[in-house]
Design a protein around this ligand. Structure first.
Ligand code: HEM
Length: 226
């Protein structure tokens, strides 16, 4: 009984491990240039309910400066070759936390939905690079709002046509900032950047992820109170 969700999850994680492991060129699954369901920058996205001025106010409050933007961009080259390995760690954390893996449950089987996990994983990998790009413009705001809706009951499960629980509960969104950024730190250090630079990149990542989870909270907040 307890086993079957874990078995499905192991299968989902294995998909990720395959993607992360170098293999002969003709059989290696290549990361899709644009993962299915990744619609950042598309005109079809709704306009975000927050403005660039709102964003500036949040950045100020988070002590997020141009130095942080530079540190994020520095991290891009370091992380670009490691996104598969990072997702292995992040999915490992979700898999071993029943309160979190619940949000990937297939309603019919009661087990984690391997196809759903695998589809989200590709976009999550892409999100690492997008965050490191630190391109905080109007299009980025619209994409943040779309990701917000995809965690909220407005749009969860729609992108992948999944039959899963209706929404990710609000209380976990910002909380996941800590495991995400704590486990990222060794990857930031992996290519030999000096310790002080690793610290700066890590601090920038904590702020950038918290910033996004705050933006993703909007649909959960009563109208006018965000
Ligand atoms: C720091 C916090 C979080 C980050 C950085 C994050 C990141 C992401 C990203 C990048 C996506 C893909 C969005 C897309 O391109 O479609 C996604 C989707 C998703 N995330 Fe999160 N997430 C966070 C919090 C959580 C938490 C706490 C859960 C609970 C397990 C969760 C569960 C999901 C699910 C189920 C989806 C798929 C939603 C759908 O049906 O489209 N996320 N997340």
């Amino acid at each position: 009984m307890i086993r079957s969700p874990l078995v499905s999850l192991a299968a989902a994680l294995a998909i990720g491990l395959l993607a992360a492991t170098p293999a002969p060129a003709q059989t290696a699954p290549q990361p899709a240039a644009t993962p299915p369901g990744y619609t950042a920058g598309q005109a079809s996205l709704a306009r975000a309910p927050y403005t660039l001025a709102d964003l500036a106010g949040l950045k100020k409050t988070l002590l997020f400066t141009e130095d942080d933007e530079r540190a994020l961009r520095q991290s891009r080259a370091i992380l670009a070759g490691q996104t598969g390995a990072i997702l292995d760690v992040w999915y490992g954390f979700v898999a071993s936390t029943p309160e979190l893996v619940y949000f990937f449950k297939n309603n019919k089987t009661g087990a984690p939905d391997a196809a759903y996990l695998a589809a989200v994983r590709q976009r999550f990998e892409r999100w690492i690079l997008d965050t490191a790009d630190a391109r905080f413009d109007q299009a980025w705001l619209a994409w943040q709002y779309e990701i917000a809706l995809r965690h909220h009951r407005t749009k969860k499960n729609r992108t992948d046509g999944t039959d899963s629980v209706p929404e990710v509960n609000f209380r976990y969104l910002s909380a996941l900032t800590i495991p995400i950024t704590t486990t990222l730190k060794p990857f930031l250090a992996k290519t030999g950047a000096p310790a002080a630079e690793v610290e700066k990149m890590h601090a920038a990542w904590v702020k950038a992820v918290l910033l996004q989870t705050i933006l993703w909270s909007e649909p959960y907040v009563r109208p006018g109170q965000f």
